[in-house]
Every structure is written in structure tokens, then in C-alpha cells.
Design a protein around this ligand. Structure first.
Ligand SMILES: [Zn+2]
Length: 155
């Protein structure tokens, strides 16, 4: 079974990167500890947190990974290593804003007016998030992200 995460409110950038790599990661900038624990129990999520008190008080209820570094890239490396994640398999398969798996757009004519013309002309595949409607496509930002992941995996 795929590992699922719940990132605490201090780990927004980590959550975004995990979603980018396709991992099911819940994150809410403001959520109570009770809710976070309850939701994690419900879905069997691993709680990623910088809050040692949260871990101490709930360690019998859910699985935790206590994250020490403040640098998001260090955090990503820790999570990848700890759970032996493959950062490539599901790369760019999930909406970074709402965590939903994105769906390929079969008829790209339908999004012609929704994306910048350079993107429409230069990309062959487009995806839409079924939750927020955002459209994703292969572009230069993907190259940067791939390079960053390669760098992180080498260290
Ligand atoms: Zn979305």
C-alpha cells in the first residue's frame, strides 16, 4: 500500500514537494492538533511534524516522523530516505494545491483558451486537477524540479 502523509502546519514546503512527487499528503495551514491526529488515524497517515510535544502526547495513536531540520530540502531527503520513496514514479501526477491526482486531458482543444499560448504550442500533454480545475503541463519548471530532485538524491 502507498504510504500517505499528513504534514503539520509548519511543513508547507515539504508537503508541496511530496505532492509534486505524487505522494498523498494532506496539509492545512491551520488545523487543530486533535483534527490532525483524528484525520491521520482515519486514513492511516504518517504524521510529519516539527512539534515534539505533539509526538509525545499522541505517540500511541498514530505513526510519526519527527522532522528536525528547518531546511525544506533537508526535510525532503529525510522523508525519501526513511520511507524509501521513489521520487520519479509519480512525479507530476498530483495537484500541489489540493493533493488530488490530476487527469490527462484527452482533447487539448478544450483548454486552448485556458493556458498561455506558448504552453499550448510547446507542450503535448496537459492535465487537469479535478478538484480545483488547475491545468498542468510539461514545461521548463519541470526541468528545474527534476534537476533539484537529482541533486537531492545524490547527496
Ligand atoms: Zn487542485
Amino acid at each position: 500500500m502507498e504510504v500517505k502523509f499528513f504534514a503539520d502546519s509548519m511543513l508547507g514546503k515539504l508537503a508541496r514537494w511530496l505532492r509534486l512527487m505524487g505522494f498523498d499528503t494532506l496539509y492545512y495551514p491551520s488545523i487543530s492538533d486533535e483534527e490532525l491526529i483524528r484525520e491521520s488515524q482515519k486514513d492511516g497517515r504518517i504524521v510529519l511534524t516539527k512539534d515534539s510535544e505533539l509526538v509525545r502526547e499522541n505517540k500511541n495513536k498514530v505513526n510519526f516522523l519527527y522532522i528536525v531540520p528547518s531546511d525544506p530540502y533537508e526535510q525532503i531527503k529525510i522523508v525519501i530516505k526513511k520511507f524509501k520513496l521513489d521520487p520519479w514514479k509519480g512525479l507530476f501526477s498530483r495537484c500541489v494545491h489540493c493533493n488530488e491526482p490530476i487527469k490527462k486531458i484527452e482533447n487539448i482543444l478544450e483548454i486552448k483558451d485556458e493556458v498561455p499560448s506558448y504552453a499550448y504550442q510547446n507542450s503535448s500533454s496537459f492535465y487537469r486537477c479535478p478538484a480545483c480545475g488547475r491545468i498542468y503541463w510539461e514545461g521548463s519548471h519541470h526541468k528545474k524540479i527534476r534537476a533539484k530532485i537529482e541533486e537531492l538524491m545524490q547527496e
